[in-house]
Ligand binder design. Structure first.
Ligand code: C2E
Ligand code: CA
Ligand code: CA
Length: 658
């Protein structure tokens, strides 16, 4: 009699048990795959236990009716479990890859999947009479019958299907996940070989247990998907999920919730309480979903932005849900007696109808609340998808790249008027973009986008070169101008090679440095004061003067203003809007006086009509130290280079600009 070695089954049972406890403990995220994993583990456990029991019965060496019944029963359980393990594993693979919806689309898939299991079970039933699968001989020993080959073939078939699925959808899963999902198959194959060679070493269950352990260790463990701070799923998981869904055209709804004043709430509550607040929101979203019989996965993206994924792709239900949430925010919330009034906007999208590409989903997430007025609290993306602003923002990266390669950018020039000299003395170069598809796109939209994507460096290079070429081609003296001003964006200011770049351009176009002036905003100095300071200093030493742009919109930090060698301060348009307010008018006057005392030139932007121009001109005669420069539509709108040159020639001829 051969003694069966049961140690492997014991080890396998322990592993299965530990894994089962582990998976139970995990928060259920993609519930279906977790549930199926649990099924596989339970089936594995039963398979190991029954295998062990069968071995123990035959190991007793005794012959009795009781032992015979026990041996048959445990072997039947073993076969049954064995029979469904791989098919369930195949289902688990599909759930884990999030391609369940593809499998369920065709009834035939389900029928085929079930057919071979039923075939095995049929053989198992008939085995009662035929003993063609296995039987227990008179010595209480297990013996194989010829039909067992069919069992092996069926198992092999499910293995092939499993591997095929993993390989077919390899692009949507990580290498690690692909590896641990695949590893089970060779493990089973090798263990079957070992078992065939040495009939008494029951290693197959151990092989299955090891394979699944790898999965749990590598995937489940490493991927704690919940951010402990916010109680929601992490950002990258949302990206991953959207990516997979777009690759497999999975239908689902996504609801974005933006808490517009989240920064204020964070400052108000403090860090600790704010995270608690975020956790409460996540729980609320789940609860509200539960009350209407739905389930959502809550992802926290950033800055008060949540993405909720709902497997249900019915648009009306998703909108109803969003309305529930919106209503929830109508009431004041309390945390430790602190009142919180969150200001929210929601956007509902149905995928893949509304969005095919996952990148557009991400763009939607980060832009919908910027392009939509706050009057509506819940936006249905279907109504919004044709919004020009959204489409532009969505494609902006491509538009900018296209504009760079196809020369779609163009510089416009707006003259700057000197009150003292009663003539134009310079002009500001302003970039324009005209796209074939979307027409004119204002720089207020594409410059920030270019800064975000990094394309601003190329855009900035274009501006520098184009302005230099303009100066070289037209000769500023003939236009009656002293210099041209251009806007440097914050990211350009921190370019390490900015100085060399400017130097070589000046040389190439043979223009003196004082013909170029650069405008910086305060935020530039914020990013990296050391590098910006160095760049500005070196360029100033070259002879390029600097102007501080948009004064009055940022923090207007006087210390910072004085730390950089600005020769000019440009007061923002918003100042001009306030001149009828007596208090503000005094502030404006004092601000101008302060800068004059610091020896700076002062320019007012956004002068749109004569009365404003007069107010500032009078200021100049009233006070010795008034502002001397003005810029605005009242004098002239920005014009394309050729028109601007013509206009300036006319001015010179008329004697306005000598
Ligand atoms: P900015 O530097 O403050 O430029 C002045 C803006 O005010 C320009 O808008 C100009 O057309 C507009 N403007 C001029 N006079 C008036 C007026 O009387 N009333 C009103 N309401 N507006 C007036 P634009 O050209 O749309 O540019 C917007 C912003 O985009 C600029 O603000 C600047 O921050 C950025 N920008 C424009 N060109 C460039 C560029 O070449 N490089 C970089 N980095 N940024 C640029
Ligand atoms: Ca400017
Ligand atoms: Ca400005």
């Amino acid at each position: 009699m051969m003694i069966n070695i049961i140690h492997y089954d014991v080890a396998a049972s322990i592993i299965f048990l530990v894994l089962i406890i582990n998976v139970h403990k995990e928060r259920h995220v993609e519930t279906r795959s977790n549930l199926l994993l649990l099924c596989v583990l339970y089936v594995g456990l039963l398979s190991a236990l029954s295998d062990m029991l069968a071995a123990i019965f035959s190991n007793t060496g005794r012959v009795s009716f009781g032992i015979l019944i026990g041996a048959y029963a445990s072997n039947y359980v073993y076969f049954a479990m064995h029979n469904i393990l791989l098919p369930i594993y195949v289902l688990f693979i599909m759930a884990s890859l999030d391609i369940w919806h593809i499998f369920m689309k065709k009834l035939l898939n389900l029928v085929l999947w079930a057919f071979f299991i039923l075939l095995d079970f049929f053989l198992l039933m008939t085995n009662f009479f035929t003993h063609k699968v296995f039987y227990i001989d008179e010595n209480m020993q297990y013996q194989r019958g010829p039909h067992i080959l069919i069992f092996y073939m069926v198992a092999f078939l499910y293995m092939i299907v499993g591997m095929f699925i993993i390989i077919k959808y390899r692009s949507i899963i990580s290498k690690a996940k692909r590896g641990v999902l695949l590893v089970l198959f060779p493990l089973i194959a090798v263990s079957l070989l070992i078992q065939a060679k040495m009939g008494n070493a029951l290693v197959e269950n151990f092989a299955v247990a090891s394979g699944l352990m790898l999965y749990v260790i590598v995937i489940q463990r490493n991927e704690n998907p919940v951010d402990p701070d916010t109680g929601a799923l992490k950002y990258y998981r949302a990206i991953e999920r959207a990516f997979i869904a777009s690759k497999t055209s999975k239908p689902f709804s996504v609801i974005f919730i933006k808490i517009l004043n989240s920064n204020n709430i964070q400052i108000y509550l403090g860090r600790e309480r704010f995270y608690q607040y975020l956790k409460i929101q996540s729980e609320q979203f789940e609860q509200i979903a539960a009350t209407i019989g739905n389930r959502v996965d809550v992802y926290y993206l950033e800055n008060g932005l949540y993405a909720l994924f709902m497997e249900d792709s019915n648009r009306d239900r998703a909108i109803a849900y969003a309305n529930f949430i919106s209503r929830y925010y109508e009431d004041t919330q309390y945390m430790d007696h602190l009142e919180i009034n969150a200001d929210t906007v929601l956007c509902v999208a149905k995928c893949p109808d509304d969005l095919e590409e996952y990148t557009s989903l991400i763009t939607l997430a980060t832009t919908f609340y910027k392009t939509v007025g706050t009057s509506r609290k819940v936006i249905n993306f279907a109504d919004y998808r044709n919004n020009k602003d959204f489409r532009i923002r969505n494609e902006l990266d491509n538009i900018i790249r296209n504009a760079l390669t196809n020369n779609k950018f163009e510089m416009y020039y707006q003259p700057i008027y000197s009150i003292e000299r009663k003539r134009y003395v310079s002009a500001e170069a302003l970039i324009r973009l005209r796209d074939e598809k979307y027409g004119f796109i204002p720089p207020d939209i594409f410059i920030p986008a270019a800064e975000e994507s990094g394309a601003i460096h190329e855009v900035g290079d274009f501006v520098l070169r184009d302005v230099c070429r303009f100066i070289a081609n037209n000769g500023l003296d003939e236009l009656g101008l002293d210099y041209i001003e251009l806007n440097l964006s914050a990211s350009q200011c921190i370019e390490v090679n900015l100085i060399d770049k400017v130097k070589s351009l000046l040389k190439e176009y043979n223009i003196p440095a004082n013909r170029l002036r650069m405008e910086l905003t305060e935020t530039a100095a914020d990013i990296n004061p050391a590098v910006v300071g160095n760049n500005v200093k070196k360029l100033s030493e070259l002879g390029i003067h600097f102007a501080l742009d948009d004064y009055g919109t940022g923090y207007s930090n006087i210390r910072r203003v004085t730390s950089l060698p600005f020769v000019q301060v440009k007061l923002d348009k918003s100042f001009v809007e306030e001149i009828d307010n007596p208090v503000m008018w005094n502030v404006i006057k004092d601000t101008i006086t302060m800068f004059k005392e610091m020896g700076k030139e002062v320019l007012v932007e956004g002068v749109e009509n004569e009365s404003v121009a007069m107010r500032f001109s009078e200021l100049n005669t009233d006070l010795l130290q008034g502002c001397e420069l003005m810029q605005g539509f009242f004098f002239c709108r920005p014009m394309p280079a050729d028109k601007f040159v013509m206009y300036m020639h006319e001015c010179v001829e008329k004697g306005v600009n000598k």
